[in-house]
Design a protein around this ligand. Sequence first.
Ligand SMILES: NC(=O)c1ccc[n+]([C@@H]2O[C@H](COP(=O)([O-])OP(=O)(O)OC[C@H]3O[C@@H](n4cnc5c(N)ncnc54)[C@H](OP(=O)(O)O)[C@@H]3O)[C@@H](O)[C@H]2O)c1
Length: 380
Amino acid sequence: MGKKAVGGSTQSNASVGLRLATEIGKTAEARNMSTPNELPQTITDVAHLEDLLSAPSAGVVETLARLPGDILVLGAAGKMGPTLSRMARRATDAAGIQRRVIAVSRFSSPGQEAKFHAAGVETIQCDLLDPAQLARLPDAPNIVYMAGMKFGATGQEALTWALNAHLPALVCRRFPASRVAAFSTGNVYDFVPTTSSGSREIDAPNPRGEYAMSCLGRERIFEHFSRAQGTPVSLLRLNYAVEMRYGVLVDIAQKVFEGRTVDVTMGYANVIWQGEANAMALQALGHAASPPLVVNIAGPEIISVRQVAEKFARRFGKAARLSGAESKDALLSNGERGYQLFGRPRVTVDQMIAWIADWIARGGESLGKPTHFETRDGKF
Ligand SMILES: NC(=O)c1ccc[n+]([C@@H]2O[C@H](COP(=O)([O-])OP(=O)(O)OC[C@H]3O[C@@H](n4cnc5c(N)ncnc54)[C@H](OP(=O)(O)O)[C@@H]3O)[C@@H](O)[C@H]2O)c1
């Protein structure tokens, strides 16, 4: 699928299926299902989805067996934090060691904490921007930093900067000796020609718009404290996580399904199965360094928005309505460094398309949070 694959494939589809099936097998057993020997054809419901998204790879189990101490997940109540926290819990249990996994967030939406508790993850309500509340958090040797603000950044520029660039300073001062895996974004890069294989970590950042600038600010503040205090940090430049309820592929699929127009001006993108992004982030704790490790978390396939829309249209038996023409550049990342550190992603774009088409056609749940990946002026 897509325009090109970045780098050479090192893993057969058969081994892809086998490795993931091992994890699915464990969860299927727990849910009293027969164990499939390949990826499921259908993701049946939210429980099945969250089982998949939180299934730890062997690399995550190995990493969390090796790193001592508790894990704090800061900003855990968003789109990725619940399954990342649960993956950390499952990997810890699989490794047979004792550790607390603690999800920290304001938990702005009601009922969120119960789901963490059911997964064996503790919760602490905390507004991280309040230094008194931050001071009361327990110490932990491992921190996954997920707090961020993107949508609504336009019009709330000051809060965006406070959360994305000021909060890292508070966290670094509060936890100077912890290792930190901090989520960043591929938006810190400039657009690159669509004929390229995407921005690499050695490329100079050139963020467009205040959201992306504030994210580079987040990286620079982490880097400063990492250098000044020796805090080990990994900076994870993600774009874009996908599951059934949100993501670039879901945005395109919903438009096609509802007969809405898909603008192809931002003609290409990277996507990665959220379970793989979660796994890479947890493994990145084991590579935290001073000065920080910087690593892209991006899928190996650069997708064509036009081709993806046409694939969904065929699956839905509808016509894809397209507008615009592909620009010569796009926001693209090269994930090769991440594959060398953590292994190559196992779930292909075609697999995600099949699952999402089936999910949407059955009226599956959506978070109602479009990614706005089409945005070219940096305003979110
Ligand atoms: N998902 C993607 O594809 C993607 C792509 C690029 C980068 N990223 C970055 O990766 C990280 C995780 O992604 P995500 O999609 O899970 O992000 P998300 O949905 O925005 O979740 C972040 C969570 O942080 C919490 N938070 C915000 N302000 C807080 C505060 N003052 N105190 C405590 N918690 C606070 C919020 O939960 P409460 O309201 O409950 O506190 C929010 O749900 C984010 O930094 C995001 O920007 C994600």
